[in-house]
Design a protein around this ligand. Structure first.
Ligand SMILES: CC(C)(COP(=O)(O)OP(=O)(O)OC[C@H]1O[C@@H](n2cnc3c(N)ncnc32)[C@H](O)[C@@H]1OP(=O)(O)O)[C@@H](O)C(=O)NCCC(=O)NCCS
Length: 183
């Protein structure tokens, strides 16, 4: 499948937001706490009793709310097209300090997932960061998004941190921070 990745302006946010980010939760990575964390944290897959849909856009307002929340002049928006149709997008934030860029968002239309579109977006995000002199890409996900965790691993990210208390309003979810370094 031929995936074309283009840089977009913030005027394209409505089109960007038209790609759903929702996914079904069938399993979670349950966090194992060893000796109150002193001996480390680990995580293991566990099926959930009742699968459910998680939609970050519903929870945080999604891409249409970004202009109010962030300075998008320091972001790069990427759009993935297949046969002339928009099938995915990614947003990279460069406003972070030091040498780390943040992959703030990546999404592929449900009917086009698992066909290499996400990998193409991550590769373009890396290239964009590298071009600007950044040497590391960070991405945040949660232990309820097992497909995304597997995806980041497959894309060459490594788990840097498990934060059990990052979401006070969602105490059952842990924050997972993934990192990929490049030259
Ligand atoms: C996560 C997401 C962006 C991945 O995009 P994608 O186009 O499906 O990913 P790719 O087809 O490039 O997958 C590359 C590799 O990641 C892994 N992977 C991708 N989706 C997976 C899934 N659902 N379960 C397990 N592994 C998966 C596979 O190893 C795959 O390689 P393979 O197909 O050779 O086995 C996409 O599934 C998505 O939009 N999910 C909902 C939104 C979301 O969760 N975004 C991330 C928020 S942190």
């Amino acid at each position: 499948m031929n995936v074309e990745i283009r840089e977009d302006s913030s005027a394209s946010l409505p089109a960007y937001a038209s790609i759903p980010i929702a996914f079904e939760v069938h399993e979670i990575f349950e966090v194992e706490v060893r000796q109150d964390g002193v001996s480390g944290l680990a995580h293991h897959p566990r099926p959930v009793a009742r699968p459910y849909v998680k939609d970050y856009d519903v929870l945080d307002g999604g891409p249409l709310g970004w202009p109010q929340r962030f300075d998008l002049s320091k972001w790069v928006l990427l759009a993935a097209h297949v046969e002339g149709h928009r099938v995915g997008g990614a947003a990279v934030a460069f406003e972070t300090p030091a040498e780390m860029a943040v992959l703030w968002d990546v999404r592929v239309a449900p009917g086009h997932r698992s066909r290499g579109v996400g990998s193409a977006l991550v590769a373009a995000a890396e290239a964009s960061a590298s071009l600007r002199g950044y040497r590391q890409l960070q991405v945040e996900t949660q232990n309820v998004n097992v497909p995304a965790c597997r995806f980041y691993l497959r894309c060459g990210f490594t788990l840097g941190a498990i934060h059990r208390f990052a979401y006070p309003s969602l105490p059952e979810e842990a924050q997972l921070l993934w990192y990929k370094s490049f030259l």
